[in-house]
Design a protein around this ligand. Structure first.
Ligand code: URA
Length: 184
């Protein structure tokens, strides 16, 4: 447990991290981003090409969809904190390995310890299996559930809506549910 931590310190540590192999191929590490006074955290999978170039989460195609869904549901980026399971881009945008996710978990835990979110939105199957486990993503999607004292919203990864636009409506309804139940 690190006392006197801050989002800036976490971001500074992420920027120089060499704990797993992903540091060798990254351009920039991508720390979580957002205000320190949020009720909700959204967790994606891993930075993609645009995020790697800019050092910021969800600024590429998936980010545009996320921004659209947030706007449509009346949520401002300043009301949420956006982060990823791993902070460096896996080569070719492959799914991060369990090893990489486990190594990077320390930074997520520091972000959570600092923010104490009321709700964590798990974007997609990789975030779901990391926090909830099992293969119940499809049946749990759209639900708000509790595990080990933490509340989670299970929803699609915005990237899934790039090729399947019908998922945007599901994302909107899931985010509306989160927003109304947690007073975002
Ligand atoms: N996909 C993610 O999971 N995270 C990002 O930051 C961008 C795309």
């Amino acid at each position: 447990m690190i006392i006197d931590d801050s989002l800036d310190k976490i971001a500074a540590d992420v920027a120089i991290c060499r704990l797993c192999r992903l540091f060798r191929t990254r351009t920039n590490a991508v720390p979580g981003e957002g205000s320190s006074l949020v009720k909700a955290v959204l967790i994606g999978e891993a930075p993609g090409r645009s995020e790697d170039e800019q050092g910021r989460p969800f600024v590429g195609k998936a980010g545009k969809i996320l921004d659209y869904v947030l706007r449509e549901t009346g949520i401002n980026r300043s009301q949420i904190f956006i982060t990823n399971l791993v902070k460096c881009r896996p080569p070719g945008n492959r799914i991060p390995t369990v090893d990489e996710v486990t190594t990077c978990r320390m930074y997520l835990d520091r972000e959570f310890a600092f923010l104490r979110p009321k709700i964590i939105g798990l974007l997609g199957r990789t975030a779901y299996s990391t926090f909830i486990g099992g293969d119940g993503f499809s049946s749990d999607r759209g639900r708000i559930l509790k595990k080990n004292g933490q509340t989670y919203l299970i929803t699609f990864h915005p990237a899934a809506a790039i090729y399947n636009k019908s998922l945007i409506e599901s994302l909107k309804s899931d985010f509306t549910k989160m927003s109304s139940e947690f007073g975002l």
